[in-house]
Ligand binder design. Structure first.
Ligand code: MN
Length: 204
């Protein structure tokens, strides 16, 4: 992955870890260009402007998210959320969890199919812009969490594992008002190798 350092801060504009068109036909290159190059990049640029000459300027992004509020939180959390979101996809995705994570999903939700159904239902019922998250606590227990706007489970002391971006900019080019189809197709590019890696890190 290429990292481009923005002068004077720790902020980086993180490049996609795959080609823009590689998640097609489920997420188009046009969506990825707008989502990454316009929306995500704009959060990073706005945050950079907001934190220059403040004590946040030398803070890691995750720490800014945990310790700020207002516009700094909104832009920091959206910057963090988007890197996290983009990194969970792969054109060579493993389509189902295995190992410890699979066991935890079975215990908490009954089955992987049930987890997907619940996250889909919650995604369809979220009003307005926001995110649906799968997150873990230190004991490895799993939670499905809905957050409006820039919200993230980082501020609840949980480790995020997977996110569904329900801002219209995430799907409107490809799916217009059909949020249901957008969410259904996300499961085809979410790489459970990545989600398992995050889970294994969470439980240490
Ligand atoms: Mn987004």
């Amino acid at each position: 992955m290429t990292m481009t350092t923005i002068a004077t801060t720790l902020l980086t504009l993180v490049e996609l870890p795959y080609a823009y068109d590689s998640l097609e036909p489920y997420i188009s290159a046009e969506t990825m260009h707008f989502h990454h190059d316009k929306h995500y990049a704009s959060y990073v640029a706005k945050l950079e402007g907001l934190i220059s000459d403040t004590h946040y300027a030398t803070m890691p992004l995750e720490e800014i998210v945990r310790s700020s509020d207002g516009a700094i939180f909104d832009n920091a959390a959206q910057a963090w959320n988007h890197v996290f979101y983009f990194e969970q996809f792969s054109p060579h995705a493993k389509h189902h969890p295995t190992g410890e994570l699979q066991r935890a999903i079975d215990v908490e939700f009954g089955s992987f199919a049930a987890l997907k159904q619940i996250m889909t239902d919650v995604s369809l019922s979220l009003f307005g812009s926001g995110w649906v998250w799968l997150a873990a606590d230190r004991d490895g227990r799993l939670y499905i969490i809905t957050k409006p706007n820039a919200g993230t489970p980082l501020t609840d002391g949980l480790t995020p594992l997977l996110s569904i971006d329900l801002w219209e900019h995430a799907y409107y080019i490809d799916y217009r008002n059909m949020r249901k189809d957008a969410v259904a197709n996300l499961w085809k590019v979410i790489d459970w190798n990545k989600i398992e890696e995050r889970y294994n890190n969470a439980i240490g």
